[in-house]
Design a protein around this ligand. Sequence first.
Ligand SMILES: NC(=O)c1ccc[n+]([C@@H]2O[C@H](COP(=O)([O-])OP(=O)(O)OC[C@H]3O[C@@H](n4cnc5c(N)ncnc54)[C@H](OP(=O)(O)O)[C@@H]3O)[C@@H](O)[C@H]2O)c1
Length: 265
Amino acid sequence: MQLKDARIVLTGASGGLGEALARQLAGAGAALLLTARDAARLAAIPLPGGSEVQRLAVDLTQPAGVAALAGAAHAFRANVLINNAGIGGFGLLEAQDRATVDAILATNLAAPMHLTQALLPLLREQPAAAIVNIGSSFGSIPFAGFAAYSAAKAGLRAFSQALRRELADAPVRVLHVAPRAIDTPLNPPAVVALNSALGSACDSPDTVAAQIVAMLQHGPDERHIGFPEGLFAWLNGAAPRLLDRGLAGKLAIIKRHASAPADAR
Ligand SMILES: NC(=O)c1ccc[n+]([C@@H]2O[C@H](COP(=O)([O-])OP(=O)(O)OC[C@H]3O[C@@H](n4cnc5c(N)ncnc54)[C@H](OP(=O)(O)O)[C@@H]3O)[C@@H](O)[C@H]2O)c1
């Protein structure tokens, strides 16, 4: 896809990865409709001049927020939807309350599905269109301490694959990308400390954004970012017991960081 012809709805535009995506996409000449809940942060995103940019503050966990964004996307004549908005969710499942689990599933899984549904009639009318779902390596390598988040991201991966198969006869590509850890505010201090204790690599938002922009331009439509995460994702599908055993050795470290004071999580 030529980015100068792209009219992109980008959710989570005020976050670490979202802001990097907005900057790179605007720099490549795409028109942008940027969204997040916090209007002030959204308005403050610095972007290169020259591109058409609109901003709309909505909460995507609310039906009214999805409807408002869908209406704006139709008026904007969008041909690309990037489902990037998300929240983290570090903690042992037993220690998380129902509202936390519901928010993780609503933001990371249900919201992208509802928004995709609302925009599909518009996307189908375009000569070339794309839906980009930002998943996570935890969607293929479900991790202790991230049960609800892993479930949401595994759901988003399955949703992306099913939809790609459903739209095989339509001019709408469905992309799914699974980044490993990214250096953004999504990760509270306890997760940063956990990643460091486990020796997990962490990419910059700009590095990840550049790979997503390249996927939109040239493919592929499905991608894990990082080695060995891509290999472990494959291994988890082929021989999950091997990963059960490998990850059991890390459980004590994960539990220690999951019991960090609440303001570090
Ligand atoms: N950081 C990582 O380690 C990592 C790794 C793999 C995948 N990812 C994925 O990458 C994506 C971007 O994450 P990030 O790291 O850039 O996180 P981030 O810096 O925390 O940004 C999250 C964005 O989502 C928006 N958002 C959150 N809840 C929302 C809601 N209910 N309605 C509308 N917008 C909402 C936030 O803005 P408001 O708060 O103003 O709404 C913000 O713009 C997420 O899907 C995340 O799961 C992140």
